[in-house]
Ligand binder design. Structure first.
Ligand code: HEM
Length: 517
C-alpha cells in the first residue's frame, strides 16, 4: 500500500528499494540515465584536473547547492507529526463547519516550533512555542496556527516586523540582545501580559506533548442560517502541562523536544489533546471590561466546552518533505469559520500565504503536506514547479465558460456584516495593559513566581540603559506590586525611580483619556 508520501507519484518509488535482501538499485542521474562512478570524479590522469564535462559530478554538486530553501522568517525551528481530530460534540448550533459532527474523524498535520531562534538552534531556548494544526477537512484545509500561550505581545499587525526585529539578532553584532528587545518593549506596555507568560516556565516546556495549544484570536463562527457566534479555541494536553525551569532548559539536549515526540509516537504512546471552545454571542461581547478582539487578552470569564480530541500517531517519513515544506496560513479557513476583526489576525490573513509563495514557491499548495484532501477547482495555473497536470487536459482556463462549466454556490460567500464607522488609524478601545498580567502572576505557585522573577531578571539585568530597566519594572509593578518590588531588587533599580515612572505613565494615560494627543 503506498504511503501518504508516495500517493500520487506512483512509479517514482521502487517499492523494493531499501528492503533487506533486495538487489542494489543501479544509480542514475536525474534524467534517469545510469551512471558508472559515484566515488571518483572524471579526472585527467593521476595528478590532472577534474573535467567540466563530468556531468555526474556537476549535477550532484549543483543539486546539493540547492538543498536549502529559505528558513521561515519566524518559527524556523520545528518538528511535526500526523494524526487525527475526532469531533465529540455536535456544533451545528454555532457553526456549519463540517468537521464538527459527533464522531467524525479528520486527518491532521501538526507542527510545533520555537519562534525567534533559527532552524539549527537548541530546542531549550526560551520562546513562546508554535502549535500549528492543519485539519484536512472535507470542505478544504483549515489551519489553526496557534501558540502554547493564550495571548500575544502586540495587538496590531503593523507592529509585528518591529517586534521581530527587536527580538532577532542585532543587524550589527548578529547576537540576540536584551538591550534591544527591552528597549522595544519599554514602548509597548501591552506586551506585559505576554512577557510574564514567556518568562515563566511556560517559555521552556518539558516536552511538546506537555503543553497546551491556543488559537489566541477570536474567530467568527457561522451556522447554516448565518447566525454569528464569536469563539476562541484551546487544546488542553491530556499529558498535563509540564515545564522546565531555566537551568534545566539550559542543560536540555539540543534536540530534546523532537526526540521526545518521535520516541513517544514510535512507542505507541500517542499524545492527545482535548480540543475546547469558548463562545460568546454578539450581545455578550460589549459587556467585557476589555476589548474581545484584543489578542493580548484572554477571555478569562468565559467557560470552555469540549468539542473534540486531537491525537498524533505518526511521524513524517521525511522531515523536509513534510515538516519543512508545510505551509500553515490563518487565511486557510473553511465554511463556518471566519476571521474576526482582531487586527493581528487581519494582518496574518495576508502574511503567511505571501511568505510561503516566496519561501516554497507559487505551487506550495500542491505539495503532499499542504494539498487538500478534496479536489481543488479553479483556474490558477503555471508558475515554478507546476505539477498540476490534471488541470491541463482542457484549454478552458477562464470563467465563465459553457464548454467547461464551473459553478459557485452563494451559500459559501463570507457572511455579510454591517460596517458603519470612520476609517482611521487609531488604537482599539479598552487598551488597559496590566490587569491580566497581574492575575497571571498571582495564579502562580510560589516556586513558579520565583522562577519568573529569576528568568526575567536574568535578561533584564544585563540591560545597560537605566531608563529601559526602570520603565520595564514600572510595567511589571502596575501588573502586580509584589512582582515589581522583587524585580526591582533583582535588577538593582531604585523603587523611587519605578514609582516616578508609574506616575508618569498614569498621567500620560489620563491625558489620553482627556482627549489630548
Ligand atoms: C509563522 C507572521 C503573529 C503563530 C509565521 C510566519 C510568518 C508569520 C511570516 C512564517 C510562515 C512560513 O514561513 O510558513 C506573523 C505575523 C503576525 C504573526 C505578521 C502578526 C501580525 C502570530 C501569532 C501567532 C503566530 C499571534 C499565534 C497565535 C505562528 C506559528 C508559526 C508562525 C505557530 C509557525 C507555523 C509553522 O509551524 O509552520 N508567522 N505571525 N504568529 N506564526 Fe506567526
Amino acid at each position: 500500500k503506498p504511503t501518504a508520501d508516495q500517493a500520487g507519484v506512483a512509479g517514482t518509488v521502487d517499492a523494493a528499494a531499501g528492503q533487506p535482501g533486495a538487489a542494489p538499485a543501479q544509480m542514475t542521474r536525474d534524467n534517469g540515465a545510469p551512471i558508472g562512478s559515484n566515488r571518483n570524479s572524471l579526472a585527467v590522469g593521476d595528478a590532472g584536473p577534474v573535467l567540466l564535462e563530468d556531468t555526474t559530478l556537476i549535477e550532484k554538486l549543483a543539486r546539493f547547492d540547492r538543498e536549502r530553501i529559505p528558513e521561515r522568517v519566524v518559527h524556523a525551528r520545528g518538528t511535526g507529526a500526523l494524526g487525527v481530530f475526532r469531533a465529540t460534540t455536535d456544533l451545528s448550533d454555532v457553526t456549519k463547519a463540517s468537521l464538527f459532527a459527533t464522531g467524525k474523524e479528520t486527518p491532521v498535520f501538526v507542527r510545533f516550533s520555537t519562534v525567534i531562534h533559527p532552524s539549527g538552534s537548541p530546542e531549550g531556548l526560551r520562546d513562546p512555542r508554535g502549535f500549528a494544526i492543519k485539519f484536512y477537512t472535507d470542505q478544504g484545509n483549515w489551519d489553526l496556527v496557534g501558540n502554547n500561550l493564550p495571548i500575544f505581545f502586540i495587538r496590531d499587525a503593523i507592529q509585528f516586523p518591529d517586534m521581530i526585529h527587536s527580538l532577532k539578532p542585532s543587524p550589527v553584532t548578529n547576537k540576540q540582545d536584551p538591550n534591544r528587545l527591552f528597549e522595544f518593549f519599554s514602548g509597548t506596555p501591552e506586551a506585559t501580559n505576554m512577557l510574564v507568560h514567556v518568562y515563566s516556565n511556560l517559555g521552556t516546556p518539558a516536552s511538546y506533548r506537555t503543553m497546551d495549544g491556543n488559537g489566541v484570536h477570536a474567530f467568527k463562527l457561522v451556522d447554516k442560517d448565518g447566525k454569528v457566534t464569536w469563539a476562541k479555541f484551546r487544546l488542553i494536553s491530556r499529558q498535563g502541562v509540564k515545564n522546565l525551569n531555566g537551568d534545566a532548559a539550559n542543560k536540555a539536549p539540543f534536540n530534546y523536544l523532537t526526540d521526545d515526540l518521535y520516541s513517544a509516537i514510535a512507542a505507541g504512546d500517542n499524545p492527545t489533546w482535548d480540543v475546547m471552545l469558548q463562545t460568546m454571542t454578539p450581545d455578550e461581547l460589549g459587556k467585557l471590561s476589555y476589548n474581545p478582539f484584543d489578542d493580548t487578552k484572554e477571555w478569562l470569564e468565559v467557560p470552555f466546552r469540549k468539542i473534540g480530541e486531537l491525537t498524533l500517531n505518526q511521524v513524517p517519513e521525511n522531515f523536509f518533505r513534510w515538516t519543512e515544506q508545510s505551509a500553515f496560513a490563518p487565511a486557510n479557513l473553511v465554511p463556518g469559520i471566519e476571521a474576526s476583526p482582531d487586527r493581528m489576525l487581519q494582518g496574518r490573513l495576508f502574511s503567511y500565504s505571501d511568505t510561503q509563495r516566496y519561501r516554497v514557491g507559487a505551487n506550495v499548495m500542491d505539495l503532499p503536506v499542504n494539498k487538500p484532501r478534496v479536489p481543488v477547482v479553479n483556474n490558477y495555473q503555471d508558475g515554478q514547479l507546476d505539477t498540476a497536470l490534471a488541470n491541463k487536459k482542457v484549454d478552458v482556463n477562464y470563467f465563465p465558460s459553457v464548454l467547461d462549466p464551473k459553478t459557485v454556490d452563494p451559500s459559501f460567500a463570507p457572511t455579510p456584516y454591517k460596517v458603519d464607522a470612520i476609517a482611521r488609524t487609531a488604537p482599539i478601545s479598552k487598551t488597559e495593559p496590566f490587569d491580566q498580567a497581574g492575575q497571571f502572576y498571582r495564579s502562580l505557585k510560589p516556586a513558579d513566581k520565583a522562577d519568573l522573577v529569576k528568568n526575567l531578571a536574568g535578561d533584564l539585568g544585563v540591560v545597560t540603559s537605566m531608563r529601559t530597566k526602570v520603565v520595564m519594572v514600572s510595567y511589571f509593578t502596575q501588573a502586580d506590586r509584589d512582582l515589581g518590588a522583587r524585580l526591582a531588587k533583582a535588577v538593582k533599580v531604585p523603587m523611587g525611580e519605578v514609582e516616578r515612572a508609574v506616575a508618569e505613565y498614569t498621567a500620560a494615560v489620563d491625558k489620553r483619556y482627556a482627549g489630548q494627543p
